[in-house]
Each structure stands twice: as structure tokens, then as C-alpha cells.
Design a protein around this ligand. Structure first.
Ligand SMILES: C[S@@+](CC[C@H](N)C(=O)[O-])C[C@H]1O[C@@H](n2cnc3c(N)ncnc32)[C@H](O)[C@@H]1O
Ligand code: SF4
Length: 429
């Protein structure tokens, strides 16, 4: 199958309470009525430290900044405080610590940032962990400190694939990390997988999926290996010393992932994401549905009131800004209604719920009918949804629909504005 472009790597409400700074217990006792669900609101916290750099990764992360960790944590806490005082913050329904490797921080440091964020009761709090940078005490501290969900960067269960990816962990690290996460009480566990690494066989991939499912996660993200220019992998592919990923191969692997995961009781809910019922990541849903979230940390992106913003990329500059009492924001933009509508349409189409059908227009109607006839989309209930065939061709299908004027700024502009570029959410590249 040609042209497939699945797999961009990345990322339930109630009333207000933080471990610090929310409603007190007495205030909660005075309101016996169940409160209406809080409006979804996220906080993305970027932790830009890694033990070593994987050859395929172009995320904003550094391997030589161990000395800077506490100053960085202080800066994040100051940033949260600054955002609260500016009126930008609302009680969070989800917090996502992404990286980099958040689990490299001492648990007390990560929890110092978390404690500073006002959260609703039941707030989803995810921490991205590398399998060899956690242990049972650290996971226990996370759990006791309010973390509700662990996202483990497994990538593969084949040692030679892990070696190619320059990962520092082995499959035994993964099994131990999952056992510890369970032992300390985590019910919500995501496993990140990568497919299409040079040298990975179909059997390697199938075995990775089967071993991942056997570990009992309630969420799996499976990303096609993306060759990023400027990375060691990108340079090797550009020099011709290794082949780049093959579209047809990656499409086959996507179908294997979908078969194994759906066969094991997971449902796909976004192109690269599958969950058991109730295991969907609320924070990522916020990105895909145009919700609002604050950026904390260097290179983090945020979205509020139709305005996107991003912080300085470099951790030195981030720390210096906060220490100097300045905003770490490096830039911002407000999309015009048409661009917002197109982005909202494209993001919604990536999800199982699909995107709203346009009210009228001969060109979109003819194209949609043709795409349905060819098995790329299903139409119904006022929405257009990708079939599996359509998911494999999502970028092409989306581009054709947008070119035909399917995204209508009228109704979409009235809905929640959209906040991000496809794929990565608040996570910086
Ligand atoms: C930026 S990492 C952070 C998590 C953690 N440091 C780790 O690597 O396990 C988040 C996820 O993005 C995915 N990812 C990063 N770079 C990728 C690439 N070039 N192609 C496909 N997936 C990628 C990996 O699955 C990874 O687990
Ligand atoms: S993939 Fe994860 S561990 Fe590897 S360099 Fe990127 S952020 Fe760090």
C-alpha cells in the first residue's frame, strides 16, 4: 500500500482541588450537590533532559544538563505561579509531563512542579517514563503524589531493534517497570511503540505487539518511525547508508497493529492510538479536539482563547527568563477563521469520532461520495469518518477534502478553537 502517513509521534473533569491552592476540605463539605464537570483544561510540562540521545529523536532535549535540573524545576514552579497570577490558568483537568525524560527527575522534584498546578479532583496526570529510569520507590512516590497514568517508552521488544534505535533499555527493563507500576497501584498505563525500524521484521513487530498486550496496558500508541532531518538517523538515510522506511511496509505494520490491538479488546480512537474502554488519554483528546492548555517549560506550546504560544526552546534561556521575572514566551499566533476551521477538521478526522460534514457545496459532496465509494471514508450522522483504508491514507484524504473546501469556517469557528499542528500537540519538536 502506498502513500501511508500514519503515526506522528507525539501525547474528565470535576470541581477544583489541588494538593496546594485548591478548595479546602471544608469548602467541599459545604457543597453536597454533585458539581458539573469542569471545562477541560490541560497543562503540558516539558522536561528537556535525557540520559542519552536516541538516533531518531529530534525532540527538545539535552543530555549534558544534569547540573541544571533543580534550577529548571524552580523555573517551572515560578512559571506556573506567573501563569496563575496573570489569570491564564484554570484548574487543570489534565497535566502531562512530557520530554525528554521526565522520569529522570527525582520524584520529589517532579511532584514539586505538580503540586504547584491547581487541579480538579480526578485530574489525569501522566508522566512519560523511560523503562530504565524508574524503580518501584520512584513510581510509588508518583502514585502517592497524584500521578494517575504512566506512559512508558517501550518502542520495541526486539533487542536488535532497541539497539538500532540506540535505546538504553532492554525488554527486561520494560517488564520490570510495568510490574512495579502495577504493584504501586497504577491502573492507567500507556506503552509507546515504534514500527518500521530498519532491520525490524514483521515477526519482530508482531511479537512486540503481542508482548506489549500481554503486559496489560490500557493504552498503546504505535508510531511509524519518522526519519527526522538533522538526526543521526536522518543523516544515515540521507547518505544512503541505511534505507528509509518503506511506505508499503509501514502500512502493513499499521494493519498488523490494528489487528492485534483490536483483537485484544483495544479500540483505535486516534490514528496512532488505541485504548481499552476508559483508557483514552484525556490530555491528548484535548489536543485533538481543539481544547485549551498552558505551556510550562522550555519549548512547550500552549493554546488559549484562540491564541497559540510557544516558549523559548533552550533550557538556559527558559531558566534565565523566569529568574529575571520575565515571560519565557518566544512567540504566538492567532489563526484566521478559515485556517482554524481547516485545522479543526483535519484533527477531528484523525479521531474515531470523525469530522462534521459540510452543510453544502457540490465539490465537497462529490468528493465525499467518491471517497466513500472507494472505501476511504464512512458518512453518517452528519460526520465523515476514516475507514482503516482511509487511516492509511489520512494525509492524502485530508488534503483532498480541504482542497475541495470541506472545512467550513462558519460552524467550526463557533466551536472551540483549534490549537496545534497535526500530531504533536503541546509537545515541542
Ligand atoms: C519524545 S519521546 C519521550 C518519551 C521518552 N523519552 C522515551 O523516549 O521513551 C515520546 C515518544 O515519541 C516517539 N518518537 C519520538 N521520536 C520519534 C520518531 N522519530 N519516529 C517515531 N516515533 C518517535 C517514541 O515512541 C517516544 O516514546
Ligand atoms: S526518544 Fe525519548 S529518550 Fe530518546 S532522546 Fe528522545 S526524548 Fe530522549
Amino acid at each position: 500500500m502506498a502513500g501511508m502517513v500514519v503515526g506522528d509521534p507525539p501525547s474528565g473533569p470535576g470541581p477544583v482541588l489541588a494538593r496546594h491552592g485548591g478548595l479546602g476540605a471544608s469548602a467541599r463539605r459545604r457543597s453536597p450537590e454533585p458539581s458539573p464537570p469542569a471545562e477541560p483544561f490541560g497543562v503540558y510540562v516539558h522536561i528537556p533532559f535525557c540520559a542519552s540521545r536516541c538516533g531518531y529523536c529530534d525532540f527538545a532535549t539535552w543530555t549534558d544538563r544534569g547540573h541544571q535540573v533543580e534550577a529548571y524545576v524552580d523555573a517551572c514552579v515560578r512559571d506556573v505561579d506567573r501563569l496563575r497570577r496573570s489569570g491564564a490558568a484554570r484548574p487543570a483537568t489534565s497535566v502531562f509531563f512530557g520530554g525528554g525524560t521526565p522520569s529522570l527527575l527525582p520524584a520529589s522534584s517532579l511532584l514539586r512542579i505538580l503540586d504547584s498546578i491547581e487541579r480538579v479532583p480526578g485530574c489525569e496526570v501522566t508522566v512519560e517514563c523511560n523503562p530504565d529510569s524508574v524503580d518501584a520507590p520512584k513510581l510509588g512516590e508518583y502514585r502517592a503524589g497524584g500521578v494517575t497514568r504512566i506512559s512508558l517508552g517501550v518502542q520495541s521488544m526486539a533487542p536488535h531493534v532497541l539497539a538500532y534505535l540506540e535505546r538504553t533499555h532492554d525488554p527486561a527493563n520494560v517488564e520490570r517497570a510495568v510490574a512495579w507500576a502495577r504493584a504501586v497501584g497504577f491502573e492507567h498505563l500507556n506503552l509507546d511503540l515504534i514500527y518500521g525500524t530498519p532491520g525490524e521484521t514483521v515477526d519482530d513487530w508482531r511479537a512486540t505487539l503481542e508482548r506489549a498486550v500481554a503486559l496489560g496496558p490500557d493504552h498503546v500508541s504505535a508510531y511509524a518511525l519518522t526519519v527526522e532531518p538533522g538526526t543521526p538517523l536522518g543523516r544515515r538515510v540521507a547518505a544512503g547508508s541505511v534505507p528509509g522506511p518503506d511506505d508499503d511496509d509501514q502500512a502493513d505494520r499499521y494493519e498488523i497493529a490494528d489487528d492485534v490491538l483490536t483483537g485484544a479488546g483495544f479500540a483505535w480512537y486516534e490514528i496512532s492510538n488505541w485504548a481499552r474502554p476508559g483508557g483514552e488519554c484525556r490530555h491528548n483528546l484535548l489536543y485533538w479536539t481543539g481544547g485549551e492548555y498552558l505551556p510550562v517549560g522550555c519549548a512547550a506550546h500552549g493554546h488559549r482563547a484562540g491564541r497559540r504560544s510557544w516558549n523559548v526552546r533552550n533550557p538556559d534561556r527558559y531558566v534565565a527568563a523566569l529568574e529575571g521575572g520575565r515571560s519565557p514566551e518566544a512567540g504566538s499566533e492567532v489563526l484566521d477563521p478559515q485556517a482554524r476551521a481547516e485545522e479543526a477538521f483535519a484533527l477531528a478526522l484523525r479521531t474515531a469520532g470523525g469530522a462534521p460534514l459540510p452543510d453544502s457545496g457540490a465539490e465537497p459532496a462529490a468528493l465525499l461520495a467518491g471517497l466513500e465509494r472507494d472505501g476511504f471514508v464512512r458518512l453518517g450522522g452528519g460526520r465523515v469518518r476514516l475507514t482503516r483504508r482511509g487511516r492509511l491514507m489520512a494525509t492524502d484524504v485530508t488534503a483532498r477534502l480541504l482542497a475541495a473546501g470541506v472545512a467550513d469556517p462558519g460552524p467550526v469557528a463557533d466551536a472551540e478553537p483549534v490549537a496545534l499542528r497535526l500530531g504533536r500537540g503541546g509537545r515541542p519538536g
